[in-house]
Design a protein around this ligand. Structure first.
Ligand code: HEC
Ligand code: HEC
Ligand code: HEC
Ligand code: HEC
Length: 262
């Protein structure tokens, strides 16, 4: 019964924010319905949320998740890669929100593949898409990540006091210092079961009383519903050569990395 009540509450919650979310997402590439602005979109399906959410018969992954998950094992960033030479964490396989993103972005599961098709029949099936490579995200697509995550900021990493202390001890010249993103801000720690030095991520309590162990996930930096460049929660697309990258994401990075070690 508790489960049913919480499911109903979640459905009401989703419906009540639907209008707000709809307004943001409709003009983005995450509008995968036939009205979407991107090249990858449905042949005829008009619903927007269905590719990712369903009110009924959802996958056990939250929140009311509808997209078929990927079962890939990923290549992960390690400290032997020059780009990540100062990495203290041993990156573990993705979990939580990151697996939701990778269910389309790793290019191994059809974009239209859902747990519960829209309409009265329902059930698992695939919504017909255009602009795909045999239903999959094409490797040449701007949004393609693939199964090699070694070029992406480490994700599904637990962030806790031990990691922050170790980073801020500054044993490596040029390493980034580390701090928690401020509570209630745009950059958020998201649930992960992974650990650092055997310890879980910082215990976080949401305003509605849920608790979880926090870490860095794709959704710490991206919100898949908002109308910003690359769905970034902070930062702009303008160049910032001082940080060695073509876009100005200083505000985003500085939220967790306030400085570099001497
Ligand atoms: C491309 C995939 C995608 C589409 C399309 C999408 N969402 Fe989501 N949504 C997600 C992901 C991933 C999460 C979990 C991450 C998060 O909480 O930010 C989520 C979370 C949510 C949540 C829960 C937030 C929370 O804090 O638990 C709500 C509510 C929601 N979506 C509403 C909608 C509505 C309404 C639509 C359609 C207008 C929609 N979404 C379309 C991917 C999508
Ligand atoms: C249901 C499939 C699906 C899911 C789930 C999904 N995406 Fe996407 N996403 C797409 C497609 C399709 C595109 C367009 C790719 C292209 O045209 O190159 C896209 C594009 C993007 C882009 C590029 C935006 C732009 O304007 O060019 C980003 C960034 C992105 N997604 C991040 C995410 C993140 C982060 C998540 C998880 C929170 C996520 N996506 C979940 C399907 C998905
Ligand atoms: C620490 C912050 C951060 C995390 C974590 C992160 N991203 Fe990004 N992402 C960015 C920034 C900043 C950009 C824009 C710069 C760029 O193109 O590299 C970006 C760009 C993208 C793009 C646009 C195409 C591209 O490759 O540049 C996609 C798609 C994307 N991210 C998806 C993801 C997915 C999926 C995850 C989780 C596996 C993820 N991101 C994790 C910060 C992040
Ligand atoms: C939500 C917090 C968060 C944000 C935002 C964030 N990072 Fe990180 N970053 C981390 C954590 C946690 C680690 C793991 C530290 C370790 O294990 O050494 C890390 C590790 C790194 C590392 C490897 C370790 C080091 O000291 O060099 C680099 C490089 C890095 N981040 C760059 C970036 C850049 C660039 C951005 C902005 C696009 C960014 N980060 C945004 C939390 C974050």
């Amino acid at each position: 019964m508790k489960k049913v009540v919480s499911a109903v509450v979640t459905v009401i919650f989703i419906l009540s924010v639907a209008v707000v979310v709809w307004a943001g997402i409709a003009n983005t590439k995450h509008n995968l319905s036939v009205t979407g602005p991107g090249t990858i979109k449905a042949v005829s399906e008009t619903r927007i949320c269905v590719f990712c959410h369903t009110p009924h018969g959802a996958s056990p992954a939250r929140p009311l998740w509808n997209h078929t998950l990927s079962s890939q094992t990923y290549t992960l960033p390690t400290s032997s890669d020059p780009q990540w030479s100062n990495l203290l964490t041993t990156v573990q396989q993705p979990d939580g929100d990151t697996r939701l993103c990778l269910s389309c972005h790793d290019g191994t599961v059809a974009i239209g593949s859902v747990v519960n098709l829209p309409g009265p029949a329902g059930g698992a099936g695939t919504i017909s898409m255009q602009g795909t490579a045999g239903g999959l995200m094409p490797p040449a697509a701007y949004g393609f990540i693939g199964t090699d995550l070694s070029g992406t900021h480490p994700v599904s990493i637990a962030m806790n006091d031990a990691l922050i202390n170790d980073k801020n001890a500054c044993t490596q010249t040029g390493a980034y210092t580390l701090q928690y993103p401020p509570g209630g801000g745009a950059v958020r720690l998201r649930p992960t079961s992974n650990t650092y030095n055997g310890q879980p991520g910082q215990l976080i309590t949401t305003p509605t009383g849920f608790t979880y162990n926090g870490g860095v996930q794709c959704t710490s930096c991206h919100d898949p519903h908002i109308e910003t460049t690359d769905f970034l929660v902070l930062g702009t697309g303008s160049p910032d050569p001082t940080k060695g990258h073509p876009g100005n994401w200083s505000a985003l990075c500085d939220t967790c990395h306030p400085g570099t070690c001497p």
